[in-house]
Write a protein that binds this ligand. Structure first.
Ligand code: CA
Ligand code: CA
Length: 66
């Protein structure tokens, strides 16, 4: 039953490879912008309708002028 043992080894390798691959898209600050595209990976995005996808908290200037 050498074939069975070989199959188990292959399954273990596949499991390891899968885990490694699934860890790729990490999001350190949890703002849903992954670290690979997050310009500020340690600071969460401030969702305020202004550059919400760059990963950096933004302050929208509110001048009050009309
Ligand atoms: Ca992030
Ligand atoms: Ca932003």
């Amino acid at each position: 039953m050498r074939a069975a043992y070989a199959s188990e080894d292959q399954q273990s390798e596949l499991l390891t490879q899968t885990v490694t691959t699934r860890q790729a898209p990490t999001d350190y600050d949890g703002d849903t912008v992954t670290d690979s595209t997050d310009k500020c990976p340690t600071r969460p995005e401030a969702e305020n309708g202004f550059q919400d996808t760059d990963g950096c908290p933004d302050v929208v200037a509110t001048t009050g002028a009309s």
